[in-house]
Each structure stands twice: as C-alpha cells, then as structure tokens.
Design a protein around this ligand. Sequence first.
Ligand code: AMP
Length: 191
Amino acid sequence: MLNIVLFGPPGSGKGTQSSYLIEKLGLVHLSTGDMLRSEIQNQTALGMQAKSLIDQGLLVPDSVVIGMIEQKIEQNPNAKGFIFDGFPRTVAQAQALDEMLAARSLSIQKMLAMEVPTDLLKQRLLQRAKELNRTDDTEEVIQKRIQEYNEKTLPVAEYYQKQNKLHRIDGVGIIEEVFNRILDALQDYLK
Ligand code: AMP
C-alpha cells in the first residue's frame, strides 16, 4: 500500500497533482476541502457549521476533519493506497492520522511538500476565483488562508521531517513538469 500526504499552501497545486496521481497510480483521493464543500452543498449541519469558518479563511476544528477522514478510510478497506490532500493541516491532525493508520497496520510512506512563492500563490488563487467561483478565493480571505497555513500548518512539515518522510517539491512550472518531480520522489514505490 502507498499512502501519500500531498502538502502545501493554498494554490500550490495539490488538487491538480492529486488528480494526476490518482490517474497514474489508482489511489483513493481524500481531500478534506472537497468533503467540506460537499457537506456545504448538501446543506448538512456539519456543512453549515464549517461554511462560516471556510468563508473567513479559518481552519475548521480538528475533530471534524479527523472524523471525516477516518470514515473514508473505513469505507475503503480494499484501497491500493490513499492520497491525503489538504489533510493533515495541524500537528494534532497529523498525530491522529498516524494513530488511525497504525490501528490498521498502515502508515504514511511520503509527505510531498509543494513549494511555491507567496506572490505566485496569490496570483493563481485569484485566477482560480474567476474560473471556479469559490467563495474563499477573494483577496482578503486568501491572505487569511495563507496566514493560517504559516501559523498552524507549516509545523506539520517538521512533524514528517522528524520521521524522514518529508520530500520538498518545487511547485513552480507547468503541471507536467511538477508531476514528473513528484514521480521522481516516489520512484522507490513505483517499481
Ligand atoms: P482546501 O480546498 O483544501 O483549500 O480547503 C478549503 C477550506 O476548508 C480551508 O481553507 C479550511 O477552511 C477548510 N479545511 C480543509 N481541510 C482542512 C483541514 N484538514 N483542517 C481544517 N480545515 C480544513
């Protein structure tokens, strides 16, 4: 089994690269952002609670996303592996993920950290706002999301570095170029 954490700030290309990886490797894609947007669309109680936080660029509580991820792992007992996209975003989430995987004799093999300069992130997110109509892709909210990332999410990279699982990926360039860098990083697992 190959379990990968795709890590990086908003706009670093996690979603795009996840879809390439799924196509190539047949892994199950677990994006907490997508799950939350689907809860909002279905107007569930959880979705309604999450919406105001998301629209302010703030993280939703750890317990909410940890519960959603555990449910999805449970629902996919025969998966060849998982790509965690946008999760974990706090050290508490990373610890909870390790625990829920260990309980199933599983673990994370690699954490791929996409690196993109902040100016380019903002540019990409504003462009995406025009294409996808996401309510959290306004200039003010983008600023807040990047701040949340720097304060709460960056320490997650250190968490995986201590486990020797962190691999930095230069996220600047065309999609295929970045994807090839990811495949290089996963070489040992693709044989
Ligand atoms: P994303 O699509 O991954 O950029 O996520 C959109 C928004 O959903 C984020 O700005 C957060 O408000 C929320 N969110 C997604 N994943 C998480 C997570 N793992 N922990 C907390 N909040 C999350």
